[in-house]
Design a protein around this ligand. Structure first.
Ligand code: 48F
Length: 257
């Protein structure tokens, strides 16, 4: 029996991994914006993989606000709650309360059901670059990074990479440091209304092949953080997917830069 357990796990993991060596889109981070982005890409038939460095999926969402595991979602994002069949309750005019565990569970489940593969415990530590275009990512086990072991990474190729790494805006910072041409301004202190109103505009391609969404988009453009309100994260993930869908369908003609 032990042999069957081991062989089943290793063979099926390797099968999944080998199927994802070259994809249309790599998403860095399985927080709310990365999951929503993955869902809409998968729904459009675009081959997408998500790498999450943490053991758990969900980024900052399961913790709600200061571990009170509830989140606030505004009217504009209700369509997304409906799409994912997430329950919500009106709190004040235009503001709704959602259970953060239900929300992240639904986002994760429905995204996987769109054939988006999520690999957890894998850290994206660099990008693959070709002639001024991001062309994939360089990955390693998170545990290797934590242990500071000198082990060479592996690479996964893609047409687009989405930075959905949240406050740290990690992938853009790698491009800023190693390639140049872009500047990560860094997020500003909390101003929920301004942060939420700017996040959609901030969601865009910031370097050829590199799209930024979620809190990383506000960190990139120096916009404020907003705390446990998530409408902007959902809508930003959806917009990132739409940008890529449009670009792929137009054969790259509709790209910003
Ligand atoms: O932080 P996170 O939830 O980002 P988000 O989708 O949502 C932000 C909100 O949670 C909250 C907020 C609401 O107003 O401000 O903070 O923008 O999820 C980011 C995910 O990316 C993973 C990280 O572990 C987290 O789960 N991540 C970060 N860096 C890497 C990464 C990396 N280098 N490789 C892989 N995963």
């Amino acid at each position: 029996m032990e042999r069957i357990i081991t062989e089943g796990i290793v063979k099926s993991y390797m099968n999944d991994f080998l199927k994802n060596l070259e994809v249309d889109v790599i998403i860095a981070g399985a927080g709310p914006s990365g999951l929503v982005c993955g869902y809409y890409l998968g729904k459009s038939g675009i081959k997408t993989v998500i790498f999450e460095k943490n053991l758990k999926i969900g980024g900052g969402m399961p913790g709600g606000g200061m571990m009170f595991n509830k989140i606030v979602v505004q009217e504009q994002a209700i369509e997304i709650l409906k799409e994912f069949k997430i329950s919500y309750k009106k709190f004040e005019e235009s503001y709704y309360i959602v259970d953060s565990i239900e929300a992240i569970s639904a986002l994760t489940y429905k995204t996987i059901k769109q054939k988006v593969k999520i690999f957890n415990l894998i850290n994206i530590e660099d990008v693959v670059i070709r002639e001024k275009r991001v062309n994939g990512v360089v990955i390693n086990w998170t545990s290797t990074n934590i242990a500071n072991l000198h082990v060479d990474p592996l690479a996964i190729l893609s047409k687009y990479v989405v930075d959905a790494t949240g406050h740290d805006c990690e992938i853009c910072k790698i491009v800023e440091k190693k390639i140049g041409d872009i500047t990560v301004k860094g997020e500003k202190s909390m101003w929920a209304e301004k942060g939420e109103s700017e996040i959609i505009e901030n969601t865009k391609q910031v370097y050829p092949g590199l799209i930024v969404c979620g809190m990383a988009a506000n960190a990139f453009y120096g916009s404020p953080r907003m705390g446990a309100i998530f409408g902007g994260m959902f809508l930003s993930g959806k917009k990132a997917a739409e940008i890529i869908i449009d670009s792929i369908k137009s054969g790259g003609k509709n790209e910003d830069n």
